[in-house]
Design a protein around this ligand. Structure first.
Ligand code: PNS
Length: 168
């Protein structure tokens, strides 16, 4: 049988406020399908993130420092429409993670809107690993704010930064 070509490039967009082990798991899964992934941090003036854009980018880069497939990843920021950014990079694929049914409605809405805005781009959903199914950036921040331990749920640089920021 002829070998089926892999798609080359996928954009993995998100707020990454902050990056979690669930995100890292998804990146690892994505690299089994795509040769290259750009982790694209959204600049959303309507949201007030805990971490600034620079902090979020730095935390992603630090978290990937020792990752063996690092050369197949880029970390970037984008502002405005995701599909416009995707078009600029030449990618045809958006990568998103699905944890549970609760994610589905929001993701479905976004994927269809993105398709309406640019029908050349497809969204690929991958299931997050079972270990991370209950993890989100929001719940990590909530636990950290309240003094709970998030060790093992986020990369070490994120854990350190959360402690620094929330318990000065
Ligand atoms: O990690 P998040 O917050 O779930 O990521 C959401 C994100 C950044 C992927 C989404 O809000 C987005 O794509 N924002 C860019 C603006 C845009 O293109 N909106 C239309 C898509 S519905």
């Amino acid at each position: 049988m002829t070998e089926i070509n892999k798609c080359n490039l996928a954009i993995y967009p998100g707020s990454f406020d902050p990056i979690t082990n669930g995100h890292l798991d998804l990146i690892n899964r994505g690299l089994k399908l795509f040769d290259h992934i750009v982790i694209a941090v959204a600049v959303n003036p309507a949201k007030t993130p805990l971490f600034s854009l620079e902090e979020r980018l730095d935390l992603i880069k630090e978290s990937l420092k020792d990752y063996p497939l690092r050369d197949r990843l880029d970390v970037d920021a984008f502002e405005g429409l995701l599909v416009d950014y995707v078009r600029k990079t030449g990618a045809k694929a958006i990568l998103r993670g699905l944890r549970a049914v609760s994610d589905f409605e929001y993701e479905f809405q976004m994927a269809l809107m993105n398709r309406r805005l640019n029908s050349d781009v497809e969204t690929f959903f991958l299931m997050t690993g079972m270990r991370w199914i209950y993890i989100s950036s929001r719940i990590i921040k909530e636990v950290a704010y309240a003094g709970g331990c998030v060790k093992g749920l986020v990369p070490e640089p994120v854990e350190k930064k959360l402690i620094e920021k929330l318990r000065p």
